[in-house]
Design a protein around this ligand. Sequence first.
Ligand SMILES: [Zn+2]
Ligand SMILES: [Zn+2]
Length: 450
Amino acid sequence: MEWDSSDDGLDAFMSSQESESPEPTPTTSKISEHEFSCHCCYDILVNPTTLTCGHNFCRHCLALWWESSHKNECPECREKWEGFPKINILLRDATNKLFSSVVQQRRTEIQANPKISRSLLAFQRYGDNLGRSKTKRSKGAGIFFSGVLTALSCVAVMVLVYHWSAGVDERHDPLISKPVSRWTPEEVLSWLDQLGPWAHLYREPFQQENVNGRLLLMLGEEELLKPPYNIGNQAHQRAVLAELNRIKLLGVKPPQNLWEYKEANAGKSLFLLYALKRSPRLTLFYLYLFDYTETFLPFLHTCCPALTHAERSESIFLNTQLEPSLGQWTEFLIKYLLLPYQLIAEFAWDWLAVHYWTSRFVIVNTVLLSVLEGCALWRLCVGAEIRSLPNKMWSHVWKMLSQGFAFAVLWPFIPQFVCNCLFYWALYLSPIINIDLVVRHLMHPETQAL
Ligand SMILES: [Zn+2]
Ligand SMILES: [Zn+2]
């Protein structure tokens, strides 16, 4: 057997020498020629093109077939090919090397044939058009989406303009900026009315006594118990005293809603809006450390209300000043760690009746931000970069601290108009921007950097 095969090889070599081929063909040429032949023309492949089914054809054979059949199908197995078939470079180089003379000869033949050249040109044009329309289509989707975004932004800007023109800022209760000592008796009554329906019981004595701001500040526990006020109810008495102490401390009426809060604490509200959006956990921790009674406790009581109402008094303010129960703390901490944006959404939900649209914007934004946070975490897990999490957290903390410090330093120098713009931007336009971000993250999760 060994002798036979060597004889075959020798024969093949001799025959190739005899035919005076300019180049010695390899000893395995018989098998190779078949392997490297096109199933259209049964000759050596020229510019071999691989289809999605895996079959290879000469490019010009494919072009001729495509032109005559008007179909994107494999001539052999009839499977439809996807996109525009490309030349298989590895196969082309291999055939060029192994059968250079044959390939060279066929190439000159093809170039000389006008019909084939035309077909090849038409096929190439078809491919170019395909690529162009593809990029156009993806661009088209982008244009469509940015169009939707622009429309939404326009709506938001119109809402803002309406807000300003309707004079929302002027509709604030003037008492939030007017010192208590200068309140008129009518203003004292309006303050009393805002304490709650229970306070109506004591409206009459205040009216009869003509209590103005200066007098109100002098009222103490003893005066309230005695006639003409006669606040006998312990809970009511506690509530009035707490509210009295609060206005004594603030010097003005405490804000009752978001706009009044913004008016009274312009810098703080802008800071909270941005910080809660960027880093809710750090911001809540900051509030716990430095703004416990005024902001953190009311926030906690709103998001995680106490189950029992036994200890609750009529004063909303007093209710928010109670020390939270263990259950409330547990609920708060679980949400704080897992879904901090959920806490903000619950806070906004509580204000739905007062701020119809604004609360909805905030809730939508918190949902979007939660999705974005989930996406970021998912990428960390998938990319096995979970080990870099402590580093990332540290750089995040550092960034937030430096930004907070910069804000505190620069805040007094920023004009009120700019602050208003930033405030409304963060409130109404950032949800729209986040919709875009979420869609991009969900559509192309692999291309979005953290
Ligand atoms: Zn062919
Ligand atoms: Zn095929």
